[in-house]
Design a protein around this ligand. Structure first.
Ligand SMILES: NC(=O)c1ccc[n+]([C@@H]2O[C@H](COP(=O)([O-])OP(=O)(O)OC[C@H]3O[C@@H](n4cnc5c(N)ncnc54)[C@H](OP(=O)(O)O)[C@@H]3O)[C@@H](O)[C@H]2O)c1
Length: 213
């Protein structure tokens, strides 16, 4: 299975690429800049001792079976619009969290569609959107020596696509995928991320994830 991590040169992308390529998936690092994609792919490949490819986002989207969009929310939707045809008939995973920093801390940004995942679904009507990975602290996730036990709440309207994303997620050591229902529930999962960051900042904690017990 070919998995493209679009914007895979960034913080969350690094962890996902390392973990998924480390499991043997054919992972493509996507970037706006092919040279940057190639350099990051080489860097990640060296860490793992496996071959990781880097392509521009368009080619990565074209080649893959599953695309994960690891791009900040203010830019992710424009990228999705540009890649609408390439992403058609594919699973598109959204870890996107619309949030902003205010003088009172981090807040979730309510989008008219209800969530980033639902906005993505409206932009990509021919793709199947699954939302996941919102509550993972990227830096710790990208550290292959780090120990963690985090839950990944997965939302989606297509049962088979959700099952595939959960199956992949459950292979990553330290993650447990949980079916969190339909895509509409993504707004709840997305909004937990600014909550986690506020709790971390205000209570001198680090790298908070979620765990349902
Ligand atoms: N960081 C976290 O802990 C975390 C946790 C959970 C979920 N998330 C979500 O995951 C997504 C990525 O977060 P991140 O922290 O990994 O982001 P990031 O490191 O700030 O950026 C990721 C990549 O986005 C691309 N990008 C930046 N500006 C762009 C633009 N104008 N158009 C297209 N691509 C652009 C860049 O790739 P190129 O320059 O190579 O194109 C960059 O490397 C976000 O939606 C965030 O809400 C993040």
């Amino acid at each position: 299975m070919k998995i493209a991590v679009l914007g895979g040169t960034g913080s969350l992308g690094k962890g996902l690429v390392l973990r998924l390529a480390g499991l043997g998936y054919d992972v493509i690092v996507g970037s706006r800049d092919v040279k940057k994609a190639e350099a990051k792919a080489e860097e990640y490949g060296k860490i793992l001792g496996v071959n990781v490819r880097g392509l521009d986002n368009k080619k990565a989207a074209m080649e893959c079976d599953i695309a994960i969009i690891t791009i900040p929310w203010k830019h992710a939707f424009d990228t999705a619009k540009e890649l609408k045809d390439e992403l058609a008939k594919k699973i598109v995973v959204s870890p996107i969290v619309p949030m902003e920093k205010t003088e009172n801390g981090f807040v979730y940004v309510n989008l008219p569609e209800g969530s980033a995942a639902e906005r993505l679904a409206s932009i990509l009507p021919d793709s199947t959107i699954v939302s996941a990975y919102h509550n993972i602290p990227a830096k710790k996730f990208a550290d292959l020596n780090a120990e963690f036990e985090w839950d990944v709440a997965v939302c989606g309207d297509d049962a088979e696509s959700k099952r595939i994303v959960m199956e992949i997620t459950n292979k990553i050591r330290g993650l447990r995928a949980l079916d969190a229902g339909c895509l509409r529930n993504s707004r709840i999962v997305e909004s937990l991320t600014p909550l986690l960051i506020n709790i971390a900042v205000n209570n001198n904690m680090k790298d908070l994830g979620i765990r349902f017990v």
